[in-house]
Design a protein around this ligand. Structure first.
Ligand code: AKG
Length: 268
């Protein structure tokens, strides 16, 4: 299974793709497993975002073996793409405009599963198409001005011109980490989880990969992947785990430090 060349070109131009109902046959299972991954102490109370990292690693590792997820990864990142972790969330309220990264050399993307029907009035993801293209002057201008839409243009974040990606459960959204995105008008219980993927790093850039992996210390995790994700990996899945597994040896020490400095693990 592969994306079409037109889909790949669309992603390259706009930094996003929507796949209506691509995962609908797995929806009941996904919704059930999602709920079970937020046990006891992690119960969402609606006052602020609740976040579990890594997420699919807890009960849904097999999603990484799904031909549809593999097709997205292979088509947009190459056959040897890396799995870069996942987060599961109950969101509360708005998520302001941001990029998930500023990756100039390697493509990083996010696959988002929203488990509620959402539109612009109820928290659907908004993106600025093309904002992932960091070398354009437009992208540079955006980087500066998006810090404060009110100061830049006398408008609120919700009024920044963008595409609203309405979703119904079973849809998949894919966007480049460099793409500006946000969410407005959502409830206190918006369910969503992600799968992050990136291109395999070349040997000479492994320190950059290690630095990136190290940022997960804020979640107080000792390895990038769960025990289950690694233990149950088929040879095919290992292709997408192997580079990060070989480069996360520093994470436990960074997490130990974070535990001393932070009151609780990060919520995003
Ligand atoms: O749905 C949202 O509130 C925002 C999602 C987001 O910012 C992300 O996954 O990076």
């Amino acid at each position: 299974m592969r994306l079409t060349q037109a889909q790949i070109d669309y992603f390259e131009t706009f930094g996003l793709l929507k796949f209506p109902q691509l995962m609908v046959d797995r929806l009941d299972w996904i919704v059930g497993e999602f709920a079970k991954t937020f046990p006891g102490t992690n119960k969402h109370d609606g006052t602020k975002r609740t976040c579990v990292v890594p997420f699919i690693d807890q009960r849904m590792s097999v999603l990484l073996d799904d031909p549809r997820i593999l097709a997205i990864g292979r088509s947009l990142l190459g056959d040897d793409f890396n799995y870069m972790g996942s987060d599961g969330n109950y969101y509360t309220g708005d998520t302001g405009w941001h990029r998930d990264g500023y990756h100039e050399k390697y493509r990083h993307l996010k696959i988002a599963f929203y488990l509620d029907r959402l539109d612009g009035g109820s928290g659907a993801l908004r993106v600025i198409p093309g904002s992932h293209r960091l070398r354009d002057n437009y992208a540079g201008d955006l980087t500066a001005r998006m810090r404060n839409p009110r100061a830049s243009w006398e408008i609120e974040g919700a009024d920044v011109p963008a595409v609203v990606l309405d979703v119904v459960p079973g849809d998949l959204l894919v966007f480049d980490h460099n793409t500006f995105h946000s969410s407005w008008n959502g409830s206190a219980n918006r369910r969503m989880f992600t799968i992050n993927l990136c291109q395999r790093y070349a040997e000479e850039d492994l320190q950059e990969l290690r630095d990136y992996i190290g940022t997960a210390a804020r979640f107080w995790i000792d390895r990038a992947y769960s025990e289950t994700m690694m233990r149950t990996a088929t040879p095919e899945r290992l292709v997408h785990l192997e580079q990060v597994m070989a480069n996360d040896g520093h994470l436990a020490a960074l997490s130990a430090k974070a535990r001393l400095e932070m009151a609780e693990p990060a919520r995003g």
